[in-house]
Unconditional design. Sequence first.
Length: 284
Amino acid sequence: MARSGCLWQKIGVEIVTRFAPSPNGHLHLGHAYSAIYAHDLAKDAGGQFLMRVEDIDGPRSRAEFADEFRRDLEWLGLEWDDVPAQSTRIESYDEAANRLLEDGWLYACSCNRKDIEALEPRQGADCIVYPGSCKGAACGSGEPAALRLDVDKAMAALGELVWTDETAGSVIADPREFGDVVIVRKDLPASYHLAATLDDAADGITAVTRGEDLFTSTHVHRILQELLELPVPHWHHHKLLLDDNGQKLAKRRGSPALKDRREAGEDGLALAEQLRLQQMQSGT
């Protein structure tokens, strides 16, 4: 499905997209939908489609799933180039986190969810919003601590920042809906926000395509790009595939696996064309 009207082509940017699954479960139709969108956007413009395995989720990340993902993409008729997995990039996450900490953009927080709920925080769009009680204080000294972004401080210093989405157009970055979001977790070397932002820059991604459920995360990523002096891509947040109950497909809900359909002998190329038709009908 050609996408000749895309903003990226209008402004003459070489299109480099990526599909970045986590190897903690089987891929489902929602993953296929997203991978096909990113693949076709790049290939239609003579660009590159990359696959990056996001495998820093501790013992939940399993190498055999990454191999399965490649078989699934081949079954769908997609062509891609592999880039280094996240587990090979830990040093870059540490360096960026140390830089942000030394520059005063991060602060330590040892609060757990129970601690935060006891503070009667406000409810954000996706989750409860941490009220910043550890900011400027010695929070749980000696306990394992996460590192949080001082959002108000960053926004005051950076001024108005804009990011561009293919559908929404120009959007002013405002991550306050998340509060002081975690940038380095207690148990992992980086949060999704930090790792994805750094990885996209390292891989030369010019067009970030992902589900519309991650639209608000882009506000945080745009702030991190500015603080770390990283290039700014364009985004397209596509529609989500939903199950019969109107919920997005998800591994944790046991959405049917591509692997099962592939091993049952289903035609992967035909399935890919069906998903392309759905994309056309949804306008994404």
